[in-house]
Design a protein around this ligand. Structure first.
Ligand SMILES: Nc1nc2c(ncn2[C@@H]2O[C@H](COP(=O)(O)OP(=O)(O)OP(=O)(O)O)[C@@H](O)[C@H]2O)c(=O)[nH]1
Ligand SMILES: [Mg+2]
Length: 401
């Protein structure tokens, strides 16, 4: 028995040894050479293995810039050119137009004190006698509301106050607000039409006498459009002064809009024509044309504007002709408005500098005069100080909360 077990053990050991040799000889690989004591820089780089670091560890010491020898242009005989300094103008992202009038309402404070607060104080008097009504009338006229609208408003207020009997300040405020909003008008379309159609860009021409804020308004409007995701090209059709085109171009560059310009003293109509052409060819959304406000003679200016309009209309009709009026010039602005309206069909009014005047009532007067709505108002010199005109928000700003 013992001998049998011993024989089996010996057999197993012998077989195992033979099997091991066979398997071992299959598996056997030469051992890798021992690592060299010093790195051999002539050896080819070792192949990466699974589990090797893919990158040099971050904490591995790196060469600093001082240790790198820069090629010496002179000694190698190869001229090293300085890379050209490309100035990339920083494109600004204008703020959205929504709620601008509310943000800027404090700018109307001068008008607010003169018109809104003044009227409310007068209407709150215990006895609304003839003298008081006359004062109310004077307040409206002083704020440039205009004769006809003033008379209408006073009439309406008289009637409604009579019906009201006792008057609380809230009631009076509500009543005044309602009548003023009605006078300004809520049922007119005040959108500035800039929609491109049939591969034709929206075309807007900006007109007005010098210094009213045409170029500034054109620039601000370009920002509004760009903020709304539109592509814009500017036409510097004020060729009377070279600085005018520069001024417009600066506005354009701030929002990445190209300006088409011509030589000083060149033909403004051809600049406007080229701007529309570029807008069409490049498939842009809107073309804004800034025009001159001053020429040697008034007749010259009017002839020129008429020509610009006619020439542009060889491409396509104008979508908007915006008349820019300086609110601080009061009745004088109305006279200008009439002259412009005769030459070019005004489709909208931009009242600028409402931040610096107590004559906010001009909004009402000018709409009456031209039968054209105020579409935009300027409330400061800042790049985003142009607001869509909203009658309710405007009247709220005028009479305060
Ligand atoms: N306070 C205030 N200033 C304004 C407003 N709009 C324009 N201005 C300023 O009015 C001045 C004249 O503006 P411009 O845009 O150059 O006027 P313009 O009509 O193009 O003038 P010309 O090219 O000479 O015909 C500038 O100093 C503007 O900053 C506004 O809403 N409020
Ligand atoms: Mg200008």
């Amino acid at each position: 028995m013992d001998i049998v077990i011993l024989a089996v053990i010996i057999a197993v050991v012998v077989l195992g040894a033979i099997g091991g040799l066979i398997v071992g000889s299959r598996r056997k690989k030469p051992l890798p050479p021992p690592p060299p004591a010093a790195p051999d820089i002539t050896a080819p780089p070792a192949e990466p293995h699974v589990g090797d670091e893919a990158e040099t560890p971050r904490d591995e010491p790196r060469r600093t810039i001082e240790e790198v020898d820069l090629p010496d242009g002179g000694s190698t005989g190869v001229a090293v050119e300085e890379p050209p300094v490309v100035e990339v103008p920083e494109i600004e992202i204008p703020e959205p137009t929504e709620g601008r009038l509310v943000r800027l309402r404090a700018r109307l404070s001068r008008s607010q004190n003169a018109l809104g607060k003044g009227l409310l104080t007068l209407l709150s008097r215990e006895h609304l006698d003839e003298d008081t009504w006359e004062e109310i009338e004077d307040t409206l006229l002083t704020a440039d509301v205009g004769v006809q609208p003033t008379q209408e408003l006073v009439e309406r207020l008289r009637e409604r106050v009579k019906v009201l009997g006792t008057r609380t300040p809230e009631e009076l405020r509500g009543l005044l607000r309602e009548e003023l909003v009605k006078l300004v008008g809520t049922d007119v379309d005040r959108t500035v039409k800039t929609e491109p159609e049939d591969r034709k860009p929206g075309i807007v021409m900006v007109v007005g006498v010098n210094g009213t804020g045409k170029t500034t308004t054109t620039g601000k409007l370009a920002r509004v459009l760009v903020a709304d995701g539109r592509s814009v090209v500017l036409g510097a059709a004020d060729t009377f002064r070279a600085a005018a085109a520069d001024q417009l171009q600066t506005w354009g560059e701030r929002v990445g809009a190209h300006t088409v310009r011509g030589p000083e003293g060149g033909d403004p109509a051809s600049v406007a024509f080229d701007a529309v052409k570029e807008g069409k060819e490049m498939g842009l959304d809107v073309v804004l044309i800034d025009t001159a406000g001053r020429l040697h003679t008034k007749t010259g200016l009017m002839d020129e504007l008429g020509k610009v309009k006619r020439v542009v209309e060889k491409h396509a009709p104008l979508d908007e002709v915006l008349l820019v009026l300086d609110a601080t010039t009061g009745q004088n602005g109305l006279v200008q408005a009439r002259v412009f309206a005769e030459v070019v069909d005004i489709t909208g009014i931009v009242l600028t500098k409402l931040d610096g005047t107590a004559k906010g009532g001009i909004v009402i007067a000018v709409q009456r005069e031209l039968g054209v709505p105020v579409k935009l108002i300027g409330l400061g010199e800042g790049a985003d100080d142009l607001a869509p005109f909203e009658p309710e928000a405007f009247i709220d700003a005028l009479i305060g909360d």
